[in-house]
Design a protein around this ligand. Structure first.
Ligand code: BJW
Ligand code: ZN
Length: 242
């Protein structure tokens, strides 16, 4: 049976669909999640590496982590979960609010993707206004800006604000949607984990796709305890049938 059967009768009513995605949606593309069993990197806790303090303490170590992730991400392909979300654009207005920096939603063909935590391809100077997009290997680690200071990944670390224009738009999309699908995120990191609350205030239906229980599972209208690549194609098939 299609696991989304409980919402079958409402499918025609969903005009504005928002996906909130996290590391789990890219897990089946071979990209490790942050927390959980595959979350450690060379015995370091990513939660301690993803901070500005860690970067200033040991920029080389943090850059080695990002360098390894860059190689892995640039070699990765979107999976059936990313592809299903992209295909849904044929049937409804779809916006993806992603915490991921891997660009796989865009590679799958999604046209409206807001990157809440930045992008692996982007770098910026830790001091001056310099910004760039680099998809090649760095010849030295850490890379140095023309101004002489260290370049850093243009991503959002703990204690840093999200890009305000992106966050403002994300809140508006979340507040106006009639269906929110939350896939592959533990929902432990704020402010991204407040997006389902904005949707709920608009009486949107909330669906969680995650093999594990999360902080907000009890708030969901439907919980699918399965991997996103295996069940999101089933979700899209309901729209095709209608
Ligand atoms: C599957 C699956 C499959 C597996 N299919 N599912 C105390 C001190 C300082 C700050 C704070 C504080 N208390 C709270 C804060 C705020 C802080 C925060 O939330 N901390 C919590 C950890 C407590 N947040 C921030 O600091 C944010 N900024 C902010 O709030 O600004 C205002 C402010 C300013 C100054 C001071 C305080 C506040 C910024 C957060 C930035 C997060 N950055 C990172 C790194 C990004 C760059 C990079 O990728 O390197 O973002 S950390 C990391 O966590 C990354 C992720 O986007 C984010 C969320 O993780 P995600 O995606 O949910 O992954 P996982 O691993 O947690 O979960 C994966 C899930 O998938 C699991 O549930 C699995 O079950 C599931 N799964 N396989 C479907 N196949
Ligand atoms: Zn500079």
């Amino acid at each position: 049976m299609n696991m989304f059967e409980p919402i079958k009768d409402q499918i025609k009513d969903f005009k504005k669909i928002v996906f909130v995605t996290g590391a789990g949606i890219s897990q089946e593309s071979g990209i490790p999640t942050f927390r959980g069993k595959d979350g450690l990197w060379r015995n370091y806790d990513p939660m301690k590496l993803a901070t500005i303090d860690a970067f200033y303490d040991d920029p080389k170590l943090v850059w080695e982590w990002y360098n390894e992730r860059r190689r892995n991400i640039f070699a990765a392909y979107p999976n059936q979960g990313h592809k299903a979300i992209a295909e849904l654009e044929k049937y409804a207005k779809v916006v993806v609010l992603t915490q991921n920096i891997d660009g796989l939603h865009q590679k799958a063909g999604s046209t409206e993707v807001l990157e809440l935590h930045g992008s692996i391809i982007k770098i910026k100077c830790s001091v001056c206004d310099f910004k760039d997009e680099i998809s090649t290997e760095f010849s030295e680690i850490p890379p140095i800006c023309k101004c002489g200071n260290i370049l850093r990944p243009d991503v959002v670390w703990f204690g840093e604000s999200l890009p305000q224009d992106v966050w403002q738009k994300a809140m508006v999309f979340a507040s106006q949607c009639d269906l929110m699908v939350i896939a592959g995120t533990s929902l432990v990191v704020s402010p991204a984990n407040t997006l389902p609350i904005y949707a709920k205030q608009n009486n949107a239906i909330l669906i969680e796709v995650n093999p594990e229980i999360t902080e907000m599972s009890s708030e969901m209208d439907l919980v699918i305890r399965n991997s996103s690549a295996s069940v999101l194609p089933e979700f899209i098939s309901m729209f095709k049938e209608n």
